[in-house]
Write a protein that binds this ligand. Sequence first.
Ligand SMILES: Cc1cc2nc3c(=O)[nH]c(=O)nc-3n(C[C@H](O)[C@H](O)[C@H](O)COP(=O)(O)OP(=O)(O)OC[C@H]3O[C@@H](n4cnc5c(N)ncnc54)[C@H](O)[C@@H]3O)c2cc1C
Length: 476
Amino acid sequence: MKADVQQSDVLVIGAGLAGLAAAVALSSSGATVRVLERKPYVGGRAYSYPHPALDEVIDSQHVLLGCCTNLIDLCRMSGADRHIRWYDRILFLEPGNPARESPIEPGALLSPGHSAVSFLRAPMLTLGDKARIAMGLLEFLRGVPASDAEAFSTWLKRTGQTERAIRHFWEPVIVGALNDTFERCSTRYAGQVFFESFMKSAEGGRLGIPTQPMSAFYGPVSELAERQGAVLHLRSSVDMLARAADGVWEARTSDGKVHRAASVVVALPFEQTARLLETLPEAEPARSQVLPHIAQFTHAPITTLHLWFDRDVTELDHAALLDTRIQWMFNKTRIRRAEPAPAVEQGQYLELVISASFAELHQGREEILAAGVAELASFFPAVREAKVVKSGVLKEARATFSVTPGLDAYRPQQARASAGLFLAGDWTRTGWPSTMEGAVRSGRLAAEAVAKACGGARTFVSPDLPPAGLMRLLAR
Ligand SMILES: Cc1cc2nc3c(=O)[nH]c(=O)nc-3n(C[C@H](O)[C@H](O)[C@H](O)COP(=O)(O)OP(=O)(O)OC[C@H]3O[C@@H](n4cnc5c(N)ncnc54)[C@H](O)[C@@H]3O)c2cc1C
């Protein structure tokens, strides 16, 4: 039987943020674009789904920062930015009744000192801890280290960080942002988190939280690509990639269709990219050059607990919880309060996030829930009186790739040696860790590379935020 063949200028494989960003960029410049996505929804790992037993749409809360210029730009272009709630203040809580609060927020001082007053007042750290932290941060005053060879655990020792500074400052921020242990995070990326969000400008450190479930939140982005002419095929899993005799790329989907295009952007996570590249002939440069590098990549997990209480247990929208397995509490009822449909009729829906949750991967649902509720009660005593009406646990074993020391040398550029084949995805060379911003940057970089290969120079990547205050003089 003859295969059903569809032709376009560019094929984008994967409708995560990398694929969507590439599709929006390329369709805006007049190319005919076809997007092939395995799942019945877009957004990739930043997804939500209706949980049948809970009768709720659930997701793992994703957050962004003001320094995520490409992600914010894509959200603005599509109108998704209307559903981001912005916060200037981050609250660190220590267990107790009442829980001790350390708010970190910008004040009147110029950058890099914009958060200095709240930092100096924060009771979660002693003066000695703060002095060590300040000395350490000086290393990132001018920018991040050029090399990613050093592990952050080595840096903490080298700069003499105290045990409490590690527990109450470096750990919540770095494990939360990079989702792995200090040994498996390079100082370069840890430094980038602090440089971009804590020192360069107050705007860069603003915390943005989508107020809709993630798939609904990113709906406008795929609609924008479609309005510009891109064709989206959901439930279309690409099983095989080949280059035809005429040099055109062919992607075969599991339903037997063949999609042909002069250029193909493979916008998949690293392990799925490897699977697809393995279907190419061994001599194909994209296969022989990229596959050995992919072997250097590793995953880290995130576990989220979803708790519906019969009453209000906290007035906070979110908080970093110290001295626990839980890194972050999101009060989804309050965060979503402006949306037309309230998350719950009465009571509160909280999500608890455990980053780098290697231990929880091996634990059962009940064990994780019991530990999480007990920890939550040590911050919010009302939890002890409240009833958990329903609950869920979401384990994402392959949530992020780890920015292990030395990995930069293996992160591939978006343009590959195989003509017409381009890579995207948060794991490709973006200068960012495993984040939505990294994914969008990769998609835009791939789109720039496609445009260049076709003879037209286009810029799709947004500039970084400019340094503010004294950082205008200090930052490299
Ligand atoms: C629980 C969790 C919490 C996170 N929290 C944050 C956060 O707070 N902030 C942040 O910035 N980042 C966060 N991240 C990371 C962020 O989600 C990712 O970095 C980003 O979404 C990656 O986008 P991507 O497009 O590179 O890859 P993906 O999102 O993985 O997209 C790849 C797409 O390709 C599709 N696909 C796979 N194989 C095929 C195939 N053969 N054919 C067709 N399609 C295929 C997949 O279905 C998917 O849609 C989190 C991730 C998780 C899992």
